[in-house]
Design a protein around this ligand. Structure first.
Ligand SMILES: *Cc1c(COP(=O)(O)O)cnc(C)c1O
Length: 396
């Protein structure tokens, strides 16, 4: 089907929730995408951090095919091998105690919030259920995860939102300390705020939050839906900080493009959910968890080291450009934000797409890059050359 026809059918039949870029994607190879008309586009987005091992990975596709032929789904009322193997790999490699599988990031965060509140209820009874999160955070699109999200523009229309969330300014430990009253059971944060603008938290702040929480038996909840699964150069980003989180969520990149998410709990929180307290029909689906196993095997120490090197390389290249609209360049590993002065990032991202490179935006002022973790230097150089030319032309 040609691009124009696809766009027309979208407008006629699909709820218009996404401000889509004017580009149709048909297929991909490595970190390179193609339109139905055959135009080549370098992908610096991974389908928003999802396609962690790029496009057309044969090992991944073969494993999915074999599992689909063997057993595509079985209820969580029965045991099966794929989800237990993945659970073992995840707990071994993260040092967390156990896992619950969900289908998305928002669903994982909902479950994490439920664990935090039940942990507190079991231990202290009612009245200690407030969760503190940060301004500029993003935790999902359900009514409760929107309440957790610290962006007022998203607290609209869908009233009433779930009660029991308050927000504080990131990187301000005094502000957090003031909010940790007796009603608080947990602090929830992203280590690099993704949607909010690719804003990394200071390691000293994160350590202080950890110590403050530990001293008050307040749980530390880390949303690694975007930062996790190798994105920042370690399997989970928290491994680069001097902290021990109580609960960690992940999703986006875990299954390389199939829907899967999850919640990792430490010893203290590992037994909070008991039969009947939580569940989800598709969670831990055999095909999705088999796909995730292939992704985890590919994300070994060597590849994770490469993620850091490629991220540094991209940042150095961009820093060397003499383009006045480029401001701060920030991020960790292959999660990179480029703040833009005097131009609308979304318009620049559309121009980039027209010119042959996909870019995302973040917050009010930034372009964002989340390329496949397996992207080659050749693809990086091609994409950067197009990005550079596009940003240069906007000066004229
Ligand atoms: C994308 C994202 C979510 C929401 O994940 P979905 O799979 O879209 O529900 C939650 N938290 C963070 C940090 C994210 O980047």
């Amino acid at each position: 089907m040609q691009s124009d026809k696809i766009k027309e059918l979208d407008k006629q039949n699909v709820m218009q929730t996404y401000p889509r870029f004017d580009v149709v994607i048909e297929r991909g190879e490595g970190a390179t995408l193609y339109t139905p008309e055959g135009a080549e586009i370098i992908d610096f987005t991974s389908g928003l951090g999802v396609n962690s091992i790029g496009y057309g990975n044969k090992k991944w596709a073969d494993a999915i095919h074999a599992q689909a032929m063997k057993l595509q789904h079985i209820s969580n009322l029965y045991y099966s091998e794929p989800y237990v193997k993945l659970a073992e790999a995840l707990t071994k490699r993260t040092g967390m105690k156990n896992v619950f599988f969900s289908n998305s990031g928002a669903e994982a965060n909902e479950g994490m919030i439920k664990i935090a509140r039940k942990y507190s209820f079991d231990k202290h009874g009612k009245g200690k259920s407030t969760i503190i999160s940060l301004y500029q955070s993003f935790h999902g699109r359900t009514i409760t995860t929107l309440a957790a999200t610290g962006q007022d523009v998203l607290h609209n229309f869908f009233f009433p939102f779930t009660e029991g969330f308050r927000h504080v300014q990131a990187n301000d430990i005094k502000a957090l300390e003031n909010e940790l009253t007796d009603d608080v059971c947990a602090v929830m944060l992203e280590l690099v705020q993704g949607e909010g603008g690719v804003i990394p938290l200071c390691p000293s702040y994160v350590k202080a939050v950890y110590e403050l929480c530990a001293s008050k038996d307040i749980l530390l909840l880390i949303d690694e839906v975007q930062t996790g699964v190798g994105r920042c150069g370690t399997l989970m980003a928290f491994m680069q900080y001097d902290i021990k989180p109580d609960i960690v969520t992940f999703a986006k990149g875990i299954a390389g493009g199939l829907p899967l998410g999850g919640i990792l709990a430490n010893e203290k929180c590992s037994g909070v959910f008991v039969p009947g307290t939580h569940g989800t029909t598709f969670g831990g689906n055999p095909v999705a968890t088999t796909a995730a196993q292939v992704v985890l095997d590919i994300l070994d120490d060597k590849l994770l080291g490469e993620v850091i090197k490629k991220g540094d390389y991209i940042k150095e290249q961009i820093k060397s450009w003499d383009i006045p609209i480029i401001g701060e360049i920030r991020g960790r590993g292959l999660m990179i934000g480029i703040s833009i002065k005097d131009k609308v990032p979304r318009e620049l991202a559309q121009k980039c797409a027209n010119n042959g490179v996909l870019m995302l935006t973040a917050g009010a002022d930034a372009l964002r890059m989340l390329p496949p973790l397996t992207i080659t230097y050749d693809e990086i150089d091609k994409g950067l050359a197009i990005l550079k030319k596009t940003l240069e032309r906007t000066i004229l």
